[in-house]
Design a protein around this ligand. Sequence first.
Ligand code: NI
Length: 178
Amino acid sequence: MAVLDILTLPDERLKRVSAPVERFDGELHAFLDDLEATRRAGPAAVGIAAPQVNRHQRILIVDVSSRRKTTHHGHLILINPEIVHWEGFETGREGCLSVPDYTGNVIRASHIQIKARDPDGNPLEFEMAGFEARAVQHEMDHLDGLLFIDRLVSRRTDLFRRKVYRRAGDGEATPEAG
Ligand code: NI
């Protein structure tokens, strides 16, 4: 397993639209191990998407189980994810491994229903809400070349300089107190 380099703003490669995965093979599984090692390295993040490590395929990992008082589905590897239904809106604070110096307030759907594939190509379907839904929407944006800063209503009022990474669990899609 290897910890991969993370692309950070303003790297133009973060703006690429990722392609669907077509081969669910050993090479993919080895990459997923590396992606997970990268998610856990340094400031452990609740999520990571393949394009952040310069692999432009529709792959993400989300695990919000370290957060208290959050309903979740545990450790999720989602390949070719699609949102098939969404409901409601919520504003919350997000961070991103690719935007290490800032956090921001972002509006997301509060409930989503998604379809995806697992690492072997089997179909998955989940309904999710709250922070887990936010994390998945954040990571799915990476697959379309978008960062959370592209979704701020106002950079003046909704963008915040990050002081320090405080603990495991900070990082991607982190709502913070202030
Ligand atoms: Ni991110």
